[in-house]
Write a protein that binds this ligand. Structure first.
Ligand SMILES: [Zn+2]
Ligand SMILES: [Zn+2]
Length: 349
């Protein structure tokens, strides 16, 4: 079986010396590993990468494209066999190390936009090491274990979702009158909207990691998909259809809606919220965002530390030292006792 997907390879080679080029985050160029020449990346000016797509379940580009899990390809430089696996669309030839990028032709592909890496490997590595060294109540060997690992750059698939919501709700809340507590209900109606809810579409990034590294997202910095941005980096396509992405976002959206309803109701001491929402104007983007990831294992548990490839914000999964946590709890209790004692002493004398 062969790979019938077009593969970018020749245009990732140096026009001066035919050497292998990779994308350089510091300069934003395709840089030749042999002669050091930088090549400008030309994108299709007619494509608006920040454009949003209207969601309709029957449109073909909302579907997850079909592809076989193993897609072999013969390297045009050295003849070696490269296999694209699963969602991967960017590989390096294991024989000549040349960058190879799949450019599939299915319907969803033209809707793919990306933000190129701007943070270099060195910066990401030192960010991750500093993060590991500065963890509160961490086991004493944690910093050293993280410092020994290496970051890997990957373009991770994300969705952005927009929607308009017309919400009918009921909040239940407590009122106190004298020493009695009563429960009351209030019905209300609220219009609200969501703009660019970012949803990870790969198991590499959990919603927790997303919140740790991506505090703001600027769609203006999106570029049209171009193989050169991926050269030398791993990259994945979306693991879901748009419908599945929306379902994955349902829980986050529910939490946001409940918080907005509480504010809108003007009530405090709310004990429960129920609502029905009419969602219209659903729009989405299918995008790739740059992320540096370091995988490490602690006590047999695999964890990761992640640096955002756009501005370097770093966040990770980490173990706690129970001994240090107990020590801190004991110190806090001792401090409380000491304060109590002196307070008592001041009262006596
Ligand atoms: Zn060159
Ligand atoms: Zn090769």
């Amino acid at each position: 079986m062969t790979n019938d997907t077009p593969i970018a390879q020749a245009n990732l080679q140096c026009t001066k010396c035919a050497g292998q080029c990779t994308f350089d985050p510091a300069m934003g160029l395709l840089l030749c590993g042999s002669c050091g020449t930088g090549h400008f990346i030309v994108v299709d000016g007619a494509v608006d990468a920040a454009a949003e797509q209207h969601y309709h379940p029957d449109l073909p580009h909302t579907e997850q494209p079909k592809f076989s899990p193993d897609r072999p390809y013969q390297c045009q430089t050295c003849g070696g066999e490269v296999v694209f696996q699963g969602q991967s669309i960017s590989e390096n030839c294991p024989y000549c190390n040349g960058a190879l990028v799949e450019c599939p032709r299915d319907e969803s592909y033209p809707t793919l936009g990306l933000i190129p890496f701007a943070v270099t490997r060195q910066t990401a590595q030192s960010q991750v090491t500093a993060w590991g060294a500065a963890r509160w109540a961490a086991p004493s060997d944690l910093g050293g274990i993280i410092a020994k690992g290496n970051v890997a750059g990957i373009y991770v698939p994300f969705w952005t979702f927009d929607s308009q919501e017309a919400v009918d709700y009921i909040v239940r809340y407590k009122v106190k009158s004298g020493d009695k507590t009563y429960y009351r209900s209030k019905k209300g109606f609220m219009r609200t909207f969501f703009d660019d809810l970012l949803v990870p579409a790969s198991p590499h990034v959990t919603p927790l990691i997303r919140d740790g590294i991506l505090h703001e997202f600027n769609p203006e910095t999106l570029r049209p998909f171009e193989a050169a941005y991926l050269a030398g980096f791993a990259a994945e396509r979306h693991h879901q259809s748009v419908r599945e992405g929306l379902a994955a976002n349902a829980q986050d959206k529910d939490i946001l809606l409940r918080n907005r309803i509480k504010r809108h109701s003007g009530k405090t001491r709310i004990t429960s919220v129920s609502y029905k929402t009419d969602t219209t104007g659903l729009k989405y983007r299918r995008i790739l965002l740059p992320v540096w990831i370091l995988h490490y294992t602690y006590n047999g548990k695999s964890m990761k530390v992640v640096t955002c490839g756009i501005h370097g914000r770093t966040f990770g999964e980490r173990p706690f030292s129970m001994a240090k946590l107990f020590g801190m709890a004991a110190a806090l209790a001792a401090a409380a006792t000491a304060v109590g004692f002196f307070w008592g002493a001041a009262q006596i004398f």
